[in-house]
Design a protein around this ligand. Sequence first.
Ligand code: SF4
Length: 684
Amino acid sequence: PKDYVKPDSETATICPYCGVGCGIKLQIRGGRITGVTGDEANPASNGRLCVKGRYGIKEFVHHAERLTTPLVKNRDGVQVATGWEEALEHTCSKLIRYRPEETAVIASAKATNEENYLIQKLARAVLGTNTVDHCARLCHSPTVAGLATAFGSGAMTNSIGDIKDAGCLLIIGANTTETHPVIGFEIKKAVRRGARLIVINPVKIPLGSQADIFLQLRPGTDVLLLSAMCKVIIDEGLYDSAFITDRTEGFEALAATLRGFDLDHAAAISGVPLDHIRAAAEMYAAAKPAGIFYAMGITQHSHGTDNVSAIANLALLTGNLGRAGAGVNPLRGHNNVQGACDMGALPDVYPGYQETAVEACRQKFEAAWGVKLPQQPGLTIPEIMDAIDRGRIKALYLVGDNLALSDADSNRVRQTLAKLELLIVQDIFPTETTDLAHVVLPAVSFAEKDGTFTNTERRVQRIRRAVKPAGDARPDWWITAELGKRLGGRGFDYEGPAEIFREINALTPSYAGISYDRLNDGGLQWPCPEATHPGTPVLHTERFTRGKGQFKAIEYRPSTEQTDAEYPFILTTGRSLYHFHTGTMTRRVNGLLTLQPQETLAIAPYDAARLNISDGDTIKVSSRRGEITAQAEVKNQLAEGVVFMTFHFPETATNILTSPAADPVAGIPEYKVAAVKLIKVIKS
Ligand code: SF4
């Protein structure tokens, strides 16, 4: 290429965008990133990258808008640049005034394992609260709850590398080629080799066109469709009776519930013809091993945990667990959302999912950290928001999360955050959330620090510092450790991430055998309990983590929000290939902005014709919570009555529209189903 610059050096590290965790090599010249190539030695990606990993990194790392100095709000409400000493002293002098129950912490799925470990340690051991959560609450908390109940572990059961072994791939509620593109590539490769493909989605996603069977269900009806598939498998005797007898419990209760299940009703409500449901069930049961892959189309519902349990039922019925090419595979969104969960950035568990409510676990961490730990259970992100509204939580330490744009019903979220007496936000760019902060602490990007990320297949991988920090920005681990020390915490004198990782080893059984030295060669998949253990590509091979796999009988509950005469369309949301979440990084990359410069409202041709809407018309989209405008894009992939938007652009803040109605088990909001009305305001 014309702009090729020969690098002085290369640094092998991991892509900072999605949970696939592709290996990248950053090419460096003159202290700056000049290019990115795929790391062929990386077992998760084998040198492949999507457009974000290949072209979406150097511009944001070196972007002029990076936060480079701490900011503290003055008496006039203006954020003023200060030095670190002043900012940290100011922050600690304020933070120390609040009681544990008045304080909350939100950790970051963008930060490293070492950083998340320290953030939850600060919350529990220094601030005295278990109220620490992170954005997994908004993406895969139903996975953690649903799969832990079914299998005893809430992570992807299998590996990216064994997609090639599948006889059948069932992709539900995941737009894999757009949101986990390198896994999407593996799926397409497996299909070319002969694997059968079933795609279930309210939108005809690109993989839908290549599927043997594509089922376009109505948003929010997954439990009905999956239960119907289970009933077909039982009625037709397609289940794996040996596996059920040897390795599961609760089958009779499930079978009894499904005995009276009305298949015609399920077909009518889900909008999927019964013979298509039957064909999908038969194909999934027959073509073993069969792997299920899902993402937020399953979890972001007020019945997200039920959706996950229905998926687990399907895999347990057919014995599709514990072997290569099979499994239940939640695709994690952020680069390190798996690791942030593993590190205990959750209100009910310490690192390694050791429960805060269990006396022995608490005693173990009290002994290690040399403090008495809180017994009171912590709050989830939606509960934190409610507690702020009620004046109970007054101070929030928020790391690497643009909640003001990413949380559902975002108008309310901004009003809520504005009520805080003390909002401390740590990030790499100014965001809609740092705008509200009393203190802004500038963090470094992934390319400017060392540590580890854990990808969607539980693979712990090293990230390595390639360039100097922007301005006076510091690594999150350094900032959190400074706060810990200055607030009087013991055990925050770390020389660097390697020392923190050794502490993680000592306290987290599934990470006990992992060391930085062992990660130089492609990473290790947990559980890895000993220094000689090779890691675990497939979970539950001999027995489930909980012993036996647990079936769960599930009753269908409709989505909380229904359409009516005033709000006749269902809005469902998702991501695009070209941008990542609230776009903090990707909207600062010109090439990606050229590929997708703005938000659009995708609408079915039938609905567009009925409302006299054409491509490019400006549409006012209103829900019961607020309104935004977006340009129309008429797409065959949408079904009648359903519209689709992403949430990458602040000027079209889609989450103003989405519903905060929460899953009662996991607390996740119902991003995928919001009733909206459409009014054309400008003709293109
Ligand atoms: Fe990065 Fe995900 Fe793309 Fe891989 S698939 S390059 S991890 S964004």
